[in-house]
Design a protein around this ligand. Sequence first.
Ligand SMILES: C[S@@+](CC[C@H](N)C(=O)[O-])C[C@H]1O[C@@H](n2cnc3c(N)ncnc32)[C@H](O)[C@@H]1O
Length: 351
Amino acid sequence: MSNNLTKLTYQTLQQGKNYFGLAHKTLSAQLKDIVYPTLRQTKPIPREVITKLQDRFNQLLEIDWLEAEKEVYPASLLFDNPWEDFFRYYPLVWLDLPQIWERVQQKKYQDFSSGIETEGYPSYYVQNFHHQSDGYLSDLSANLYDLQVEILFGGTADPMRRRILSPLKDRLKVFDSVSPRQIRILDVACGTGRTLKLIRAILPQASLFGVDLSPAYLRKANELLSQISGELPQLLQANAEELPYVDNYFHAVTSVFLFHELPATVRQTVIEQCFRVTKPGGVFIICDSIQMSDSPEMAVLMDNFSDTFHEPYYKHYSTDNLVERLEKVGFENIEVQVHFMSKYFIAHKPF
Ligand SMILES: C[S@@+](CC[C@H](N)C(=O)[O-])C[C@H]1O[C@@H](n2cnc3c(N)ncnc32)[C@H](O)[C@@H]1O
């Protein structure tokens, strides 16, 4: 296929996912209004915000395409869609909605099915984040998570995650004298493993590691990662506040969509831990939500997000100064980027 045709196919597919996400959100909101007319409504989104959002969406697709074209990562990643999961689990997303609305109506934010073990987890974690059934603690939740994120972001979750790949590849050049097999990368809060899968595509020989608190999400990650070639990443159930690795162990540490789900003090502890396990000269890359300081024009979307999804720490996150937090533990030369609805912090540990 010619380059132009491949690009057009990619853009069309992404636009399709975006329309699908919009249709899903509109239909489910209408249904909710019929069944639960008293549930809180979102603030209307002004036309100029929608236009800016569309611009940012197009810019994200453009950079995603350009970096594939420059061979930062294989172009096949642009077409890596978990269709099997989609057909298998999409009906369950709809079937789960009545339980979600009922929990929202009753303001139940720590509601878990019987048989779900909640002992031993930090209290800030035992929550129905996004009003998800069983929070992060069941296989059902792990199976629905990626679909729900795709619907929320109109199919851009992976394009946003891929923005960590170029800085990661670039910053690892300082370790050029290290054999590729000796390079160690940790993904903190790896969830269902999508980021590790992307990293594997650019570093086929590196040793990859992932930690997460959720056994169910780790099981799902294991299922995904065992389907790809290369050594299986080492997945470990652990709290990011106490990373079970020796000091200065990793050439790079990444973390995607974690920090907005942590209370402020825990955010600082996790940053300290990431600093501790990163090698001198190594890099720590965060990808998370945009914040008020970089995207004030998107305030209505950030407000809607924290009002309608159960995200107890998002409001504080949205105005938190992560650069200051990173500098406080010793990271330096912190580069900040924004792509679509995500913000990136590329922080360096001095030699
Ligand atoms: C929004 S999800 C992001 C998952 C994944 N990184 C992604 O890109 O989709 C947040 C993840 O953080 C994990 N998590 C939350 N607090 C944690 C902690 N203190 N230690 C380890 N994992 C944690 C959750 O289990 C969940 O998998």
